[in-house]
Structure formats: C-alpha cells, structure tokens
Design a protein around this ligand. Structure first.
Ligand code: HEM
Length: 511
C-alpha cells in the first residue's frame, strides 16, 4: 500500500480532531458530571449541571434583576453582599455549590474552613486567571515559587515604618479634594448636597498615584482613569468568560481592552525605565512605593549576585498595575461606607470628631497621632466588617483534599464568603447586623474577621489602606460635618468590590 504525504497528513488531522473532541466532551460533560456525582455522594447540593453554562445564565439574570434595587439602610445586608451565593445557601443549605460554567464552586461560610483554605496557598490556588490577568498581573495571580519571590521583594515597600513617608502624599491628595468641596459648600452658604462617591473614587486614585509614583503623579492619574475604563469593559466581557478563549475573539470590547492595556503598559514602562536609569546613574530616588520596590529588588539581586533572583522590568510593571487595581477601588469603597455609616450614626461622627480634635487640634494628621485614634480605628474596623470592600475570594483545589468530612477532588472551586462570615449572627451575636464599633474595643481577635483575607496571601497593602483611611477621615472630620441628603438611596452591590450603586449624596456642612 502506498503511503503518501497527504494520507499521513490526513491521519494526523483525524487523530488530532478525535483527541480534541474527546478533550472537549470531557471538559463540558464527563468531568463536570464526575465531579457532580462525587459532591452529591457527600451530601453537597446545588442545581443539576447544565451543559457548558452551568448556573451562569441564572447568575447573570439574578445580578441584573437585583442590582437596580435600593434597600432600607436598616435591612439585612447579607443577601446583597453575597447575592446569588446567599440564594443558593438558602435553597440548598450550608453545604451547597454553584456551577461556574463547567466548574462547581462550593459556598464556604465556616471560619475554620476559611482558615484552612487560606493558610495553604499551594494546595488551594486561585482559579486560572482569564480576563482579570489582562487588567492586572503581579502578586494577585501568581502562584508557587514566583509568587513567593515577588511577595518577598514587594513586602518591604509596605512595612509600616516606610509607609510613614506616604503621609505627605496622602494629605496632599485629600487637600485637593477639600478645595473642590469647599468651593461648592461656600457657594451655598456653608452647606450643600454633594455626591461624595465620585470624589472619593478620584481621591483614592490620586492617593495611589502619589504614593506609588511621587514624581510621575500625572501619568499615574492617567493610568488610574484608563484602568477604570478597563474594568467597565472587563465586566461586559466577563459575562462570556466561561467560554474558553472568549477574550481573544475580535469583539469591540476586546479590541478596546487591548488598546487600553497597551497604553497603560507604555505609560508604566516610561515611569519604570526613567526610575531605573536614575538608579543606574546613582541618583537618589524617592521613597514612594515604586522606589522602595526597586530598591528591594536591587538588594535581592546584589545579595544573590544573580539578576535572575530579582524581578524583571516587566514584573515590576505588573506589580505597579496591581497597586492601582487592588488599592484604589477598595479604598474608595472603604471611605464611602465610612461616610455613609457616620451619616446614619451621628453620635459616632461626633465622638470621632472629638477624638480627632483632641489628638491633632486643627493641625494636619501625623503618623504618631494616627496611633492614638482609638475611636476612629474602631469605627473603621466596624465599617470593614459590615461593608467589606472585597467580600469574596475564590480558590481551586490543585489535588484531592480532605476538608472536615468532605473529600474534594482537584478542580473543585470554593467561594470564600468573607461578607457572609462578617454578618453571621452565630459568630457576631444577635446584633451582628448593627453598627457597633465598641465591639472592637479590645482590638481584633479570632479568625472570624478578615476584610483583608488571611494567611500567607493576606492583603499586602492593609497598612497603607488603614493609613489612607484614618488620614482622610480625620481630615474630613476636621473640616466638615455630614448627613444624608433626601436623595440618598442605599444600594450596596458587589461589582468586583462592594460599591454604592446610586452614589452617596450627602449634605456637607463646613465647620
Ligand atoms: C480597604 C482596602 C483594601 C481591602 C479591603 C483589601 C482587601 C484585599 C483582599 C481581601 C485580598 C485577598 C484577595 C484574594 O486572595 O483573592 C487582597 C490582596 C491584595 N491586596 Fe488588598 N485590599 C485593600 C487595599 C489594598 C491596597 C491599598 C493595596 C496596595 C496598594 C493592596 C494590594 C493588594 C495586593 C498586592 C494583594 C495580593 C496579595 C497576594 O496575593 O500576595 N490592597 N486585598
């Protein structure tokens, strides 16, 4: 029999096609059904697997229906913070799961399980990044040795004693926001309605631009604006993200997202290269986050005498992108919910103001003074409990694991429901839904409070976030009193972070 080149080629194509078809069938049907059987055999419940889409269609419909509704400020927040997860737990019980396309995701509420999952980052890794990795890379999506190396190099930039230097930058950002508020308030006889949400969003962008890139603050602001556009586009695309490779389809949103990514990349490359050249020339570089990160990187390389032991310029760019993404929206959420809760609880606003005047008088906040703000700290901790800016994180088992009485095969995902944990009356008592900062009088203890996550992958920026929030709140309290305006509608909803859907119109009065 003659074996021709074309018959060999045809055979290769047929074998490849059969293999690919089997992989596809396995991915959309065989594997999910096997996982489903394994979970149900252990008493775990959820909707039956629907080929390819799982619960995604229901989830998107549910989000669209729930999102526009506002609630009473006294209403239970748990169903809003964890929306579809909460419904699923109500329908199927504590041991339940949701289908994210062909992957089952367990709803985790038990603090002991949180601790176990978050303390073993090698076993419980982040699910394979898809869309998110276009917007940001860096620590958030790295795993294994590369994550450990980056974490070691980035950590010194966030040490408390080094962050003291950021206070000037934070105060400058706040002052620039107050100029705008004061102009509005003075033009309205000392008091007027302002939707503080967009101002706080800009403030957090401005703070991270100044603290990360002191001298390149203008480019930093542009990066912040571009990333905001990226997030909007990403949310549009996210609805289809369970289709593998969807992000490579040449849709309008995908093309825009790529173009913005390129612009951000080139802006950051410019900033980082300028700094690198200055360091090579032996010039003193400022102690902003980028400067501290690059010094720590250089030290690592010098200690090992090997360039590969440090981070590349590309790596540094990715980490900088992440500072914006992880550090701006979370902080603006934190501040807006603080102002909302202090509008609702005027007695706490008055107590916090009294403390701020006792510690700083009319002077600008100092690093030492921030340590003495006990009431302000308790208030901020309670805000993070009730309104955690990042109310959920997800992990995947990389191997078969035993979790309590469950045996979970590799590939099962789990939603670590931080928001649900913070509202659980079994943990926080019958008054768990109430704003009671005094519960933090003795500080934080136990595993049931984790607005910044927990374990080795705990938020690296938590000290910075607290310094920013304390400084901004102290400065606001020194200048303004605030209360709800009649147009305020309470509408917290998690879109990546927990945001006020209808903004936060408040009446600000100049003191
Ligand atoms: C109130 C403000 C903030 C909150 C509530 C918050 C919360 C969190 C949470 C829950 C995680 C864990 C995410 C996960 O494991 O999936 C995280 C990680 C992270 N955060 Fe924050 N964050 C805040 C502010 C910041 C700031 C200001 C920065 C830096 C400028 C920052 C940088 C990071 C980074 C780099 C990670 C990844 C750490 C790793 O995986 O090793 N965060 N944050």
């Amino acid at each position: 029999m003659d074996v021709t080149l074309s018959s060999i080629f045809t055979s290769i194509i047929i074998v490849a096609f059969i293999r690919w078809s089997f992989q596809l069938i396995n991915w959309v049907w065989l594997r999910p059904k096997k996982l489903e059987k394994c979970l149900r055999n252990q008493g775990l419940n959820g909707n039956p697997y629907r080929i390819f889409i799982g619960d995604m269609k229901d989830l998107i419909r549910f989000i669209k229906e729930t999102q526009p509704r506002s609630i009473k400020i006294s209403d239970d927040l748990a169903p809003r913070i964890s929306h579809y997860y909460y419904q699923s737990i109500h329908k199927f019980g504590e041991n339940s799961f949701i289908w994210f396309g062909p992957s089952p995701r367990l709803n985790i509420e038990d603090p002991e399980l949180f601790k176990e999952i978050l303390s073993k980052p090698d076993v419980f890794q982040k699910p394979a990044p898809d869309l998110g990795s276009i917007i940001v890379g860096g620590l958030l999506f790295l795993e294994g040795e590369k994550w450990a190396k980056h974490r070691e190099i980035v950590t010194p930039a966030f040490h408390l004693h080094k962050l003291k230097n950021t206070l000037l930058a934070i105060r400058l950002s706040c002052s620039s926001m107050f100029h705008k508020w004061e102009a509005l308030v003075w033009s309205n006889e000392r008091s007027c309605e302002i939707d503080v949400w967009p101002y706080l969003e800009d403030l957090s962008g401005d703070m991270i631009s100044r603290t990360a890139f002191a001298s390149s603050h203008e480019e930093g602001i542009r990066i912040f604006q571009l990333q905001k556009e990226q997030v909007k586009l990403a949310l549009e695309i996210l609805q289809w993200s369970f289709i593998p490779g969807w992000r490579y389809f040449p849709t309008k949103a995908n093309r825009c997202l790529k173009a913005i990514s390129k612009e951000i990349q080139s802006l950051l490359r410019g900033i980082v290269s300028k700094r690198e050249k200055a360091m090579e020339r032996g010039e003193t570089v400022s102690d902003d986050l980028l400067g501290l990160l690059m010094k720590s990187n250089l030290q690592e390389i010098q200690e090992h005498g090997n360039k590969n032991m440090g981070m590349s310029i590309e790596d540094v760019i990715e980490e900088c992108k992440l500072f914006y993404f992880a550090g701006s929206e979370t902080t603006s959420n934190f501040l807006v919910w603080t102002m909302v809760l202090l509008s609702q609880h005027q007695e706490w606003q008055a107590r916090a103001r009294e403390e701020v005047f006792q510690v700083f008088g009319k002077e600008e906040p100092t690093a030492e003074g921030l340590h003495h703000l006990k009431t302000v700290t308790m208030i901020l901790q309670e805000v993070l409990r009730l309104y955690p800016p990042a109310p959920l994180t997800v992990r995947t088992c990389t191997e078969t694991v035993k979790l309590k009485n469950m045996t979970l095969p590799a590939g099962v995902q789990m939603s670590v429901l931080i928001g649900q944990l913070h509202h659980n009356p079994k943990i926080w008592g019958d008054d768990s839904k109430e704003f009671k900062p005094q519960r933090f009088l003795q500080g934080i203890s136990g595993v049931s409070y984790m607005p910044f996550s927990s374990g080795p992958r705990i938020c690296i920026g938590q000290n910075l976030a607290m310094i920013e929030a304390k400084t901004a709140l102290a400065m606001i309290l020194q200048r303004f009193s605030f209360e709800f305006s009649s147009s305020y509608k309470h509408s917290p909803f998690p879109i990546i972070t927990l945001q006020p859907q209808y903004g936060a119109p408040l009446i600000l009065q100049k003191l």
